[in-house]
Every structure is written in C-alpha cells, then in structure tokens.
Design a binder for this molecule. Structure first.
Ligand code: PEP
Length: 255
C-alpha cells in the first residue's frame, strides 16, 4: 500500500514571532506548493496565530506541540483542542518524549489528549520511543508496543485516518545519534503489526509512521527509503529552511 510521506518540523521552544515570520516566508517559497509530500511545521503556541495567517494560502500544515484534553475549564496555562482548531491548526504532536520526561505526561494522559484532539477534528502525531537502557536490555518492542496500545485505547478505527505515529528513540533525539535505517525499519514494521492487531490490516496499511531522532539532510534519504518509514518528525534540522527543504525533497517517492 502506498502512503503519502509526511515530514513535520517540531520547532520546540524556538522562534519568536519575528523569527517565525522569517522562517515561514522562506519555507513558503521553497515548499509552499509541494503536493507529493505532506509538509508540516509545529511552532510554539505564541506563533500559531501568525503561522495560521501566513500558511492560509499554501499547503503547509500547521501543528501545535501540545494540547490539553479538556474542552475548557480551570486549567491554568493550558490550551484546548477546540481552541487550536478555532485558529486553523491542523494537527498536534502528543506524547513527545520531552513532554513525558520533563512534564510527567503519563500514558493515560496522552491517551486522553489523543482522543480529545481527534474529537475536535485535529490530526494527531503520536510519539513513542524507548530509552537507551531499554534498547540495550532488549526491551524496545515491549516499551513502544505498550505505549502504542495505551495511546490508541478507545480510538475509533475511522479516526485512525487522522493519526500519524512517530517512532522516536529517546537516545537519538537531539543527540546527533540516529537509528540506522535497519534499526528504525525493524521497529516501524513491528509497530505496524501491533496496530494491525489493535485494528485491522487496512488501518495498519494506511497508517503513516514517521521516524524522528537527529534526522538531517545527510541521513534522510536512507531512512525514508525503508518500506515502513513514511516520513520524519524533525527537530533541530527543521529550524533551518534549507536543511528542512532537503529532508522534504528526500521523501519524494520517485527519488
Ligand atoms: C524531535 O524533537 O522530535 C526530534 C526528533 O528532534 P531532533 O531531530 O533534534 O533529534
């Protein structure tokens, strides 16, 4: 089954409003018309409104980096899925390892966020990944399998069309150390089997699974040419328009 590649830049806590204007202007010129690859950016909350206006007339998708699971309420400092949808945000990253690690997000909380975001019509990038210790102990699949099962518990098969899975080994995020294409492919293939067991072959076959962890222009093509790697979630390299463009171009199916 052929799946449209999806490359998303996670800007993390980088880029104020002026920097957002500059980078999006550059990305618009380079990638605004691209049709063969889904391209997205995830700026910080303070830049989402501006980004929504700047991206209104092109194909680049707009993602948030986090969301709360309630529609509204006494949750100081939080943003709801409905609020994101109301300003034209298309999707949200949920379960990033930095949120799990630094903000104590549990599997249960992540599951609530995913279901809430899907009910508001948002696409969701669901991140899973193992620590170095877990990998070395041979527990990678056990860890990511259980993250996927709990993340997707109670999600309707129909909503799975709006879900993208991101396999991000924690030891490869921001470290310059990338999983080899074979290591990443093995986990992606196993994740697709896990999703097939949870849903069915059709859902699993359609599901796009991104790799994330020090993706750069120099390693993107080899990762993206693996059969179960359908895109990339890019941190550091997404802050540079030229590098990000190179990664997107490496995902074009005919290359
Ligand atoms: C990420 O934050 O999702 C990520 C993969 O970061 P980096 O590309 O910098 O490793």
């Amino acid at each position: 089954m052929s799946r449209k590649p999806i490359i998303v830049g996670n800007w993390k806590m980088h880029n104020d409003v002026a920097q957002t204007r500059q980078l999006l202007g550059d990305l618009h010129a380079r990638l605004g018309g691209i049709a063969e690859v889904d391209v997205g950016v995830a700026p910080p909350f303070t830049s989402l409104m501006l980004a929504s206006e700047l991206l209104a007339d092109n194909r680049i998708l707009l993602s948030a980096q986090n969301v709360h699971y309630a529609e509204e309420g006494a949750f100081t400092g939080e943003i709801s899925p409905k609020m994101l949808a109301s300003i034209g945000v298309d999707m949200v990253i949920v379960g990033h390892s930095e949120r799990r690690q630094f903000f104590a997000e549990s599997d249960e909380m992540i599951n609530l966020k995913i279901k809430a975001a899907l009910s508001s019509g948002l696409m969701v990038i669901v991140c899973v990944g193992e620590t170095l210790e877990e990998r070395e102990a041979g527990r990678t699949m056990q860890r990511v399998g259980s993250q996927v099962r709990s993340a997707l518990a109670g999600v309707d098969a129909a909503d799975m069309r709006k879900v993208v899975l991101a396999y991000e080994p924690i030891w490869a995020i921001g470290t310059g150390r990338t999983a080899t294409p074979a290591q990443a492919q093995a986990v992606h293939e196993a994740l697709r089997k896990e999703v097939e067991q949870l849903f069915d072959e059709g859902v699993a076959g359609r599901l796009r699974i991104q790799y994330g962890g020090s993706v750069k222009p120099s390693n993107a093509a080899s990762l993206l040419s693996e059969p179960d790697i359908d895109g990339a979630l890019v941190g550091g390299a997404s802050l540079n328009a030229e590098d990000f463009e190179q990664i997107v171009l490496a995902a074009r199916p005919w290359i």
